[in-house]
Write a protein that binds this ligand. Structure first.
Ligand code: PCA
Length: 227
C-alpha cells in the first residue's frame, strides 16, 4: 500500500521590511564615535513595522561605500540612514545635500587623504537627500531634542558615503523608491561634556527614522538654518 503523501503547503516567503542604519568607527582623535553607539542601540528594534539593521562602516574613503553597497544588496532596505560624528555640531544635523568632492583635512583610517577629487567621476555635482528633512527636524524638535538642517556634510568620509548612497539610489533600478540620506550627530555627553546624552541621541534618531518611514511628503512651513 502506498502511504498517502502529505500535501506540501507553500507559504509565501515575505521578507520583513528593513531599515539600514550605519555608523562609523573611531577616527582622528575621536576614540568614541557616537554614530556607532547610536546605530548599535537601534539594531534589532522595530519602527513602523520595519526591522532595523545596524552596521559599522570604516572611516576609509572607497571601502566605506563598498561596504555600504554590499549591505544594500544583502538587505534591500526600504530606508537607509547613514550616521556620522561631527565634533562641531551640538544637535542632530540632518544633511540636505551631498557633493561630488573628496577633500580631506586629515588622513582616513587607511592613511589616504584625497584632495579635490570627485567622489564619482562624471556624476552630478550634488544630490539632494531623499529624506523628508524638515518633517524629521520638526518631529525631533517636538520631543525637545535639538535637531537642525545642515547645508553641508563636509568633504571627508561622511560626505563620500552620503554621495555614494545617493548616487546608487539615483542610478540603480533595484533601489527605485528607496529613501535615503545622512545625519551627523554630536558627541555623547558621557564622553564629551559638550555633547548630548546617548539616550537622547538614540531617541532623536529613532524619531527621525519613524518620520522618514511614515511622512507622506516633506513639510515646507519652516525656514532653513541660519548658516
Ligand atoms: N565622521 C567623519 C567621518 C566618520 C565620522 O563619523 C565625517 O564627518 O566625515
Amino acid at each position: 500500500m502506498v502511504s498517502p503523501t502529505r500535501p506540501v503547503v507553500h507559504f509565501p516567503q515575505t521578507l520583513p521590511l528593513s531599515v539600514l542604519v550605519t555608523g562609523f568607527d573611531s577616527f582622528g582623535g575621536n576614540t568614541v564615535n557616537a554614530s556607532w553607539l547610536i546605530a548599535q542601540q537601534l539594531h534589532g528594534s522595530r519602527i513602523a513595522g520595519h526591522r532595523l539593521i545596524s552596521a559599522q562602516l570604516p572611516t576609509v574613503f572607497s571601502q566605506s561605500a563598498t561596504d555600504l553597497y554590499a549591505l544594500m544588496r544583502e538587505h534591500c532596505p526600504a530606508l537607509v540612514i547613514c550616521l556620522g560624528l561631527s565634533e562641531s555640531t551640538r544637535s542632530i544635523s540632518i544633511e540636505r545635500i551631498a557633493i561630488n568632492v573628496d577633500d580631506a583635512r586629515i588622513a582616513d583610517n587607511a592613511g589616504r587623504q584625497p584632495i579635490d577629487e570627485p567622489v564619482v567621476l562624471g556624476a552630478p555635482a550634488a544630490y539632494f537627500s531623499l529624506l523628508p528633512i524638515k518633517a524629521m527636524r520638526a518631529a525631533i524638535n517636538a520631543k525637545g531634542i535639538p535637531a537642525e538642517i545642515s547645508q553641508s556634510a563636509g568633504t571627508f568620509v561622511c560626505n563620500h558615503v552620503f554621495f555614494k548612497l545617493m548616487h546608487l539610489l539615483a542610478t540603480d533600478d533595484q533601489f527605485k523608491g528607496v529613501r535615503g540620506g545622512f545625519m551627523h550627530v554630536p558627541p555623547v555627553s558621557e564622553t564629551d561634556g559638550q555633547g548630548l546624552p546617548l539616550a537622547q541621541l538614540v531617541d532623536g534618531v529613532r524619531i527621525g527614522v519613524h518620520t522618514a518611514l511614515t511622512a507622506v511628503a516633506d513639510i515646507r512651513t519652516e525656514g532653513g538654518s541660519l548658516n
